[in-house]
Design a protein around this ligand. Structure first.
Ligand SMILES: [Cu+2]
Length: 143
């Protein structure tokens, strides 16, 4: 193979690698649902989550507010919410133990004790228990 042939081969390999990486990146991004409001797995609730104050600093201990409604959109009071999670890409859990600290009017719950020690994709596993039953929802956060 002459020099021209080597250059052509290198170019071809480069283009192939770029296309493969680009496709992987694009598909990977598409799979991640970053919505902060969704129905729980069994459909008992809808949960909307938001940092208590925005903008928030992910590395400083802070609270989020979770708003809980039932199937018909009515606020759910008196529920118990627990939060787990971590970074699936790194294989570790949450560095802190966020807990439900206050119930606010309108089916809103303060969950305090979040601290996201790294940038990247985090998952929150939110479990809800109330008179309506137990259900859960998974949220993805790209921080
Ligand atoms: Cu990590």
């Amino acid at each position: 193979m002459g020099q021209g042939g080597v250059r052509a081969a290198v170019a071809l390999v480069s283009v192939t690698v770029c296309l493969a990486l680009g496709g992987w990146y694009f598909l990977g991004r598409q799979e991640v649902d970053l919505s902060l409001s969704k129905a729980t797995e069994a459909g008992l609730y809808r949960i909307a989550i938001a940092p208590e104050t925005e903008p928030f600093h992910r590395e400083v201990m802070h609270a989020w507010v979770f708003t809980l409604t039932d199937r018909s959109g009515k606020p759910v009071e008196g529920a118990e919410i627990t939060v787990g999670g971590g970074m699936p890409g790194h294989g570790h859990g949450l560095p802190t133990l966020p807990r439900q600290t206050r119930q606010l009017p309108g089916g809103r719950y303060e969950i305090d004790g979040f601290r996201f020690t790294m940038a990247g994709l985090w998952v929150l596993d939110v479990r809800v228990r109330s008179g309506l039953g137990e259900d859960r929802a998974m949220f993805n956060l790209s921080l």
